[in-house]
Design a protein around this ligand. Structure first.
Ligand SMILES: [Zn+2]
Ligand SMILES: [Zn+2]
Length: 162
């Protein structure tokens, strides 16, 4: 696979040149090293792909802001979609809504959706999530028979392997 040109130019342009740096008087060194520290932090690279294109997200369970690698996230998303196609099955939005309507509580923790604390990230208004009963990465299909609503906390625990 060919790297997109924007990525290449980003990589080659990543190191800013500061030609006057060696001419700075010594008394300026404190602030200079501060800038260099920031620069080093900015250049922290992903341990998987070696790039440093990070995005930020707020954890729905803890509310903490965490960093993620954008290229690796995109690769994971591609893998996810590939698996979905490979594993077969599909469901409509109507099928999903019918399933959700028939389920007034989380099948795993038995709490009603309204009993689950609201998600820290206000972007997500619902406490339920769409869960693949057999995960896609284990070959589960996208058929409605493999879909269930699950509260976000159980979903999180399930994904964490608990
Ligand atoms: Zn990465
Ligand atoms: Zn639950």
């Amino acid at each position: 696979m060919q790297s997109p040109p924007s990525l290449l130019s980003w990589r080659s342009g990543a190191l800013p040149t500061r030609p006057n740096q060696s001419l700075q008087p010594t008394r300026g060194s404190a602030s200079t090293s501060g800038i260099e520290m920031e620069f080093l932090l900015d250049q922290k690279r992903c341990s998987k792909c070696g790039l440093s294109q990070f995005g930020f997200w707020t954890s729905s369970s803890s509310g903490r802001v965490a960093r993620y690698c954008v290229p690796c996230r995109n690769a994971r998303r591609e893998t996810y979609n590939d698996r979905k196609i490979q594993n077969g099955g599909s469901h409509t939005r109507a099928q999903w809504l019918a399933k959700l309507a028939a389920c007034d509580k989380c099948p795993r923790c038995d709490r009603a959706w309204s009993e689950v604390p609201p998600r820290p990230n206000k972007r997500y208004r619902n406490t339920w999530t769409k869960d693949h009963i057999i995960p896609l990465f284990r070959g589960g299909s996208d058929d409605i028979s493999n879909i269930q609503p699950l509260c976000y906390q159980c979903q999180f625990r399930k994904n964490a392997g608990a």
